[in-house]
Ligand binder design. Sequence first.
Ligand SMILES: Nc1nc2c(c(=O)[nH]1)N[C@H]1C(S)=C(S)[C@@H](COP(=O)(O)O)O[C@H]1N2
Ligand SMILES: [Mo]
Length: 326
Amino acid sequence: MLIRRNRGWELREAAATPEAVFMERRALLKAMGFGALLIPGMTAAIASDAAEDAKDSTDPSAGLYPVKRNPHYKLDRPLTDPKYSEYYNNFYEFGSEKDIADAAQALKIRPWTIKIDGMVEKPLEIGIDDLLKKMPLEERLYRHRCVEAWSMAVPWSGFPMSAFLALAKPLSSAKYVRMETFLDASVASGQKQFWYPWPYVEGVTIAEAGNELAFMVTGMYGKPMPKQDGAPLRLVLPWKYGFKSIKSIVRVSFTDKQPVTFWQTVQGDEYGFWANVNPEVPHPRWSQETEREIGTDKRVPTLKWNGYGEFVAHLYDGLGNEKLFI
Ligand SMILES: Nc1nc2c(c(=O)[nH]1)N[C@H]1C(S)=C(S)[C@@H](COP(=O)(O)O)O[C@H]1N2
Ligand SMILES: [Mo]
């Protein structure tokens, strides 16, 4: 007799590819108006166009790196070898598998403009190289914990999101920051999967954005950001599940309404707005108690707030009725 035991991560790891297929079916059915109904045997196969070879020979920001490490942020484990962390990606714009690095080379990252709008003193558009000149670049070693129960430790280069807020000058009535990824199905064939709510959207509160850990990232391992990791500008929020760390940002808007995120739209009861890491709150379909370090495959306990509680736990005082950990 086959007994399906709920062994958390084992189930999760064993089901890595089916998970993506599962989500695609659900999202597709939802887009078609079938709600949560599952049709057995339905496939979500979509011919993915071969990525055009658009490799940039040089990145104009290459000379800026490496940047000085900020020693304030310490790791409890070795850095992940980049041959793993740079080639094990979640970037659904280029497909729902982990090996999207080749496909992501089709993304053109210059010129690249970031639009700043909504509740700000003055809307602004700024090119990535101008932004890089204005921002205080530094390197930080952070842990990264994906909701799928794998993790890595990465030297990111970038600038505190608080410096970006100082540039954007939100009005005091703004309560949230909403961020958007590029939209171009001609380079990102995943965006032809119409059942996903493109473009990818994420959001944080102004208080979260101003927290010292919130980091806007432009490079890793002492080099400009590889395209598959979200060049030329992504967010990194180490106390939250990885899906909050939106890649390849083109727009940052300030608002007084809680943004509805990409994953909330796809499956809101599994991927909420807050998504803070907590081993005690299981994902509806697997445990979050431990994580697999990519590269070593070591299984380690997951820490509440991914170990960053001293920096961020206070942000959530009085929000006990919210689903803070999903
Ligand atoms: N635009 C966009 N941003 C994204 C994603 C995505 O699919 N699209 N995936 C998220 C998830 S689930 C994770 S775990 C991280 C993965 O970052 P990495 O590929 O650099 O490890 O990116 C996040 N940012
Ligand atoms: Mo993730």
